[in-house]
Ligand binder design. Structure first.
Ligand code: GLN
Length: 492
């Protein structure tokens, strides 16, 4: 089979092919490896392609075809490079971990493997997941497959680009303040940030532990459901993981019930900051729902404007403490110095990039005595207000719909030019992350070949409703799945 035949495939479609023995895991892996070979000099979505092992595993599976196939049996999956994969590099896009090979699998990876998935490789990302363009990767940026001159978003830009270009059928990313949803929006694919505590963080390298969640990046909503079923559920190795069983598609209400859902439209997310066309596309999608009889209500999230500042303080504070472990002793890079202090200094100076240093300094400052009350504590109070905003709004409706981002994918190189502008790109994904709520980005249209992401936000552990609405909306919108030609050279 040829790669373009998989353009509209869901994971279940691959599953059926495998069940019917119309394709073998080895053939499937080889098709994706070929596509990677074809696309990578233009896209650079992968930091490591697991060629040998993936082939061996696929061969082994092909030779031992079970009677009944586990849900992801034989399916190649790409993994963001801050998620630990045993025996493979886990660099976090950083020089600090350039030669680090993880001795164990993250729980999410363990669960994917147990469900039969084959790890295809590790995807590019902003260093330690700080950024929204992949330009903060030590190993060079990823290019948006839909327009190679532009960013695929970040920090899970490699995962989103690989799925968009069909270099992988699906991928895992991580979302602290938007890193699954924003790149999904920029690449015209689906990105789900689960409720905080829905998916174990064990083995997901910590950026800001009170915010980090791993989530699927897929071509269809259906696939986000399949992956969530596999990776979610309690884990004794992560005490912040909720003691609930894995998500099940049985939690998704029937279409009849979804039609009765009330959708809130938060006024603050349709300000002048949003590019006109993006606002229009979201309104069009809302119009479609209204046409189907869905009730829309305007709601307000009054503290939205303060969420960004609070996030950058809280996330940087937690990052400064999480990243203290990279000191040349335990993991990764070590640069010898005259004494111990000097060794720490040299290692961290060489190992971390600019953005990481900036955040460590900001975070350490805001936690220091004398400044703690003024910054960290204040930000935590704002976080509570943001959460309460959502609680109030979700009393008036069941789900919220907003744009995922205020703007289109920007040109590579712009990130470094206007830092504040780039930070503000996250204004619509940060608030629900601060509140720990599930949120999903879905493509709702194209303008000049560039996709527009629509975000659905739900109450805690209400992924069922959220995914139910997303499935239906995806059907109503009936947009083609991306299959970019990748004709232009890199940077053209
Ligand atoms: N872009 C945001 C940041 O730089 C979000 C990153 C993320 O979710 N990991 O912090």
């Amino acid at each position: 089979m040829k790669i373009e035949e998989f353009k509209d495939f869901t994971i279940q479609d691959y599953h059926h092919l495998l069940e019917e023995k119309k394709i073998s895991p080895l053939e499937l892996v080889n098709i994706f490896l070929e596509r990677i070979e074809e696309g990578e000099d233009k896209i650079h979505a992968f930091l490591f392609v697991n060629e040998e092992k993936a082939k061996n595993e696929a061969r082994e599976k092909t030779d031992n075809w079970p009677e009944e196939l586990p849900p992801l049996w034989g399916l190649p999956v790409a993994i963001k490079d801050n998620i630990c994969t045993q025996g493979m590099p886990t660099t976090c896009g950083s020089k600090m971990l350039e030669n680090f090979v993880s001795p164990y699998d993250a729980t999410v990876v363990e669960r994917l493997k147990a469900a039969g998935a084959i790890i295809l490789g590790k995807t590019n990302m902003d260093e330690f997941a700080m950024g929204s363009s992949t330009e903060n990767s030590t190993f060079g940026p990823t290019h948006n497959p839909l327009d190679l001159r532009r960013t695929p978003g970040g920090s899970s830009g490699g995962s989103a680009a690989s799925v968009c270009a069909l270099e992988a059928p699906c991928a895992l990313g991580s979302d602290t303040g938007g890193s699954v949803r924003q790149p999904a929006a920029f690449c015209g694919v689906v990105g789900l940030r689960p409720t905080y505590g829905r998916v174990p963080r064990y083995g997901v390298v910590g950026l800001a532990s009170s915010l980090d969640q791993a989530g699927p990046i897929t071509r269809k909503v259906e696939d986000a459901i399949t992956i969530l079923e596999v990776i979610s559920g309690k884990d004794s190795r992560d005490s912040t993981c909720a003691p609930y069983p894995p998500f099940s598609r049985n939690e998704i209400p029937s279409l009849e019930d979804i039609r009765k859902i009330k959708v809130g439209v938060p006024r603050e997310y349709f300000s002048s900051r949003v590019e006109k066309v993006i606002g229009e596309k979201i309104q069009e999608a809302l119009g479609k729902l209204k046409g189907e009889g869905v009730e829309l209500v305007e709601v307000s999230l009054p503290h939205t404007d303060y969420a960004l500042e609070a996030y950058y303080i809280v996330a940087s504070a937690e990052a400064s403490s999480n990243l203290a472990r990279y000191d040349g002793v335990m993991y990764g890079l070590r640069v010898e110095g005259e004494d111990l202090q000097d060794m720490y200094f040299e290692t961290r100076t060489l190992g971390f990039g600019k953005e990481v240093k900036r955040r460590i300094i900001l975070g350490t400052y805001s936690l220091s005595s004398g400044h703690y009350d003024e910054y960290y504590l204040k930000s935590m109070k704002v976080r509570t207000l943001v959460r309460k905003d959502f609680e109030e709004a979700l009393k008036q409706c069941n789900l919220l719909i907003t744009p995922t981002t205020p703007s289109f994918p920007f040109f590579l190189g712009e990130e470094t030019q206007d830092l504040y502008e780039r930070y503000t790109d996250d204004i619509f994904t940060i608030p629900s992350a601060l509140a720990g709520l599930p949120s999903l980005s879905l493509n709702c249209g194209y303008e000049g070949g560039l996709p527009v992401g629509l975000q659905i936000i739900g109450g805690p552990f209400e992924e069922g409703k959220l995914l139910g609405l997303a499935l239906w909306l995806e059907k109503l919108l009936a947009l083609p799945s991306p299959f970019p030609e990748l004709k232009e050279g890199r940077g053209q």
